[in-house]
Each structure stands twice: as C-alpha cells, then as structure tokens.
Ligand binder design. Structure first.
Ligand SMILES: Cc1ncc(COP(=O)(O)O)c(C=O)c1O
Length: 458
C-alpha cells in the first residue's frame, strides 16, 4: 500500500535507501550485507508491516515513542484539521492548542512544574533544559554555574551539547573531541554492574548519590549548574535505581544550589506506569524534559517544563528575558497531536495497562533469566524492560564483539515476526502501552524462542 509518489519496487527502495540516506547509527556496508534496511510502510496497534507485506511486532515502540500504538486516525485527523486552519506559528505568537497542551502538562506534572518551553524532540528538550538551568542561575546572580553532571550509561541526545552528557558506550564521541569542560560524568546507580562493587542495592544507591556530591565538591559548587538523569535508564536496559538514590540526589542538589533535571524523554507520559518517572522514583525535579510519548511520535514535539521558582526568575524587565527559541517551537501540528494523544492515554487507561503489562512481562523475563545462562539480568519497570546478555553468568563477562550476539538475536527475533534491533549486550523491550496480555505473551514467546535458538548456536 505505497503512497502515490513511490514508484520503486521493494528491492529498488532498499538499494536507493543505501545510496541516498544516512540511516541513523547504522553502518551502510553492514546494512547492505543484510539486504538493505527494513522499510516499513504501515502500522496498526503494536504491529508494523514492511514493503514486502511482512508483519512485525514493534518491540520498542519505534524508538520508545509509540505510546498509544500505531495507526491512530484520530491523531492524524487532529493534525490535519489543525494545519488546515493554521500550519505554523507567526513570530512571538502562540496557538490555542499550545496553551491548552502546556496547561494540561502542568496539571499532570508533579509538584509545581508549571511553565513549558516547546521544541521538536528530545535532544532539543535537553539542550533547552540545560540553557534554562544556566540562565536561571544567572538571573539569581550566579553567573559561574555552567557544568552539568550526568551519569555513565545514560543517553541524552545527539546535538553538539547533549552528546557530551551521559557517556553511553554505544554512542562514541571519538569524532567530536575535545570534550567540553562543562561535562562531568559520574557512576550510575546500577546494582548489577555497580562501579563500587556494592553488596546491596541500598549501598549502590548511596555510593552513587555520594559520587554526585563528590563531583560537585571537586568541581566547585559555584561552577555546577545541574544534575541530569533519567529516573529509570533505558539504554542500559531498564535500570531502576535503588529507592534511596534519587531522594539522596535531591538533597545533595539542594545543599549546593544545583538544579535537578529529569530527562523524561522516554519515561514521560505513562511508559513506567505513572504519568512521569518522577512519580515512580518519588522525587521532585526542578525541570523535566520530555519528547517522544507526548505525541507518541505522530508529530515531532518535545519540551521542558520548569517549576514556579524557575518561571519567576524570568519575570520582570527586558533584562530578565530568556533568550531562547526555535522556528518550529510549539508547532501547531505537534501540539494538537499532543492534546489528542494525552486524551487517548487517559480515555483508554493506558498508564494502568503499562503498569499491569509491565508486571506480566517482568515475570516472563525473570523466568528467562533463570532459564538461560546467557541472560545475566532481567530488569525494568512498566514498559521499559531489558535483558542483559552475558557470555558467562557467573563472572558477568560480556560477549566479545566478534560473536555478534546483538545481530544474531535481531535476526532470530525478525524470523519470529518481532522487530527489535538488539545492541551489543542489551535486548530492550518497550512495546506500545496499548499491548494486550496475549500480545505480551506472543512477544515474550518470540523472545524466549530466539534466546533458545541463539544459545544453542553459540
Ligand atoms: C532519554 C533520552 N533523552 C534524549 C533523547 C534524544 O531525543 P531525540 O532523538 O528526539 O533528539 C533520547 C533519544 O532516544 C532519549 O532516549
């Protein structure tokens, strides 16, 4: 069911894709050997179809954004109707839909988070949050605060600034050296691979929080603007921090006048079984950045929301203005998609479904951890789950790159009708929040059979 403008056959499309598109994070020679990239043309619920008509379960919701599932005509219609009336903002204006959406986000967000800046995606959301934090400190008379503390293993974006946050091994920055002095990295609260060899999750949580305090002190508190982190970290495969971690980090930030930014680009809008990850980890941040799930990817939209204290810092004369914008901030198509998307999440009880299906999936994944030597740990909450694959369960040794464990697993899943591009050692699972109990079983059956096949072939 190709659109009228597409005249190529599926194999011509794959070749033309290799010739003309940079396919994000992928090596073209490798994609060529695989016969070209997956080219999808239709989606419905948790499924997508490629140009050959093969159906796949979308195991990671596109890229962790398809919260309400594929094929929602009512969102397409809301966008169509909005951009038929008004297709873009005019300078220094807002639209009624943008106002409604910002008010709705303020109502849903924890504490007194109340004023949103809209942009187009997650990297810009974090970029904006960092600028908001630094500008806030300047308004408060602290011009020297520019450093940002982030945790190893996190991912916060691809722009020139955000790529330095986190230090995820899957996103090497060797092409873009040198690292800016604003980027300070600390250990993640990841008990399975605790950098402090902690004996309990609590100890790992405490030592990881104290690592932030240590970094603030060694950098000089007067130079630190913010700590940024995802309440639950997806890139390392659904790392849920020990319960004591975020409350301790909150106290440490308060002690040194450092702002706490939660990157909720993945965790926002229901994926963890609450509206926000902040609700799950019971910690109030000063700023939340969001994207993906706000529109379920039906239109590129992101943003960051600051609390009342931050909003107030920009009240007053012209010198208080926050000088920051994008041409397509609060695009009318995006904000109307967002409003309709949130309406669906509420109307269909998708947050509760994410919670329940998350428990169901976690039970199945834990059973796989027990059954297979190559599954080191199953972890996650809600619909951010992951399996860490190891060569040796005892020593937790990861597979050597030559084994190509990710590619073997990707192909085994694909043969079973599941599309998840598996990385070097994490098999992520984050289906749409609409997934039913029987679909969770189908997905988990395919994962279990794939692990069995790959294990046997090693
Ligand atoms: C936690 C997190 N933050 C930020 C980003 C960057 O978002 P985008 O790719 O929309 O720029 C991502 C993207 O996957 C993400 O997972």
């Amino acid at each position: 069911m190709q659109s009228a403008t597409v005249s190529r056959t599926p194999s011509e499309l794959r070749q033309a894709a290799l010739d003309h598109i940079f396919i994000g994070m992928n090596n073209h020679a490798m994609l060529g050997e695989e016969g070209g990239p997956l080219i999808v043309e239709k989606g419905d619920g948790i499924y997508v179809w490629d140009v050959d008509g093969t159906r796949y379960i979308d195991g990671i919701s596109g890229m962790y954004f398809r919260n309400v599932g594929h094929g929602r005509e009512e969102i397409a219609k809301a966008i169509y109707e909005q951009i038929s009336d008004l297709s873009a903002n005019v300078y220094a204006s807002v639209t009624p839909a943008a106002v409604e959406l910002a008010a709705k986000i303020a109502e849903l967000a924890p504490g007194d988070l109340s004023r949103t800046f809209f942009c187009q995606g997650g990297s810009e959301a974090n970029e904006s949050a960092l600028k908001l934090a630094q500008a806030y400190h300047v308004r408060m008379g602290e011009r020297g605060r520019y450093k940002v503390i982030s945790r190893r293993g996190s991912y916060h974006g691809a722009t020139y600034g955000t790529m330095w946050l986190g230090e995820h091994p899957g996103f090497p920055r060797t092409d873009y050296q040198p690292k800016p002095s604003s980027a300070v990295h600390v250990a993640a609260p990841h008990f399975y691979r605790c950098e402090f060899n902690s004996e309990s999750p609590e100890e790992c949580g405490e030592l990881s929080a104290l690592a932030i305090e240590k970094a603030i002190l060694s950098e000089g508190p007067e130079s630190v603007s913010a700590v940024i982190g995802e309440p639950v970290t997806q890139p390392m495969g659904g790392v849920v921090p020990p319960e004591n971690y975020w409350p301790m980090v909150r106290e440490i930030c308060d002690r040194y006048g450092v702002l706490l930014i939660f990157d909720e680009v993945i965790t926002g809008f229901g994926r963890l079984g609450e509206w926000f990850g902040a609700d799950v980890v019971k910690t109030q941040p000063d700023i939340i950045s969001f994207a993906k799930g706000i529109t379920s990817g039906y239109f590129p939209l992101g943003g960051c929301i600051g609390d009342r204290r931050i909003a107030d810092a920009f009240a007053g004369g012209p010198e208080k203005t926050w000088s920051h914008m994008y041409t397509y901030s609060a695009h009318p198509g995006g904000v109307s998609a967002g409003l309709k998307n949130l309406e669906i999440i509420e109307r269909e009880g998708l947050i509760q479904n994410a919670r329940e299906r998350g428990v169901q999936m976690a039970d199945r994944l834990k059973a796989m951890e027990e059954r297979f030597e190559i599954i080191g740990e199953a972890r996650g909450i809600g619909l951010v789950q992951g399996l860490e694959m190891v060569e040796d369960g005892e020593s937790k040794k990861s597979f050597a790159p030559e084994v190509g464990i990710g590619m073997r697993m990707t192909e085994a899943l694909k043969r079973r009708g599941v599309w998840i591009r598996v990385g070097a050692y994490i098999l992520p699972l984050s289906p749409p929040l609409t997934i039913s109990a029987s679909e969770v079983d189908d997905l988990c059956d395919a994962v279990e059979d794939s692990i069995e096949e790959v294990s046997a072939g090693l």
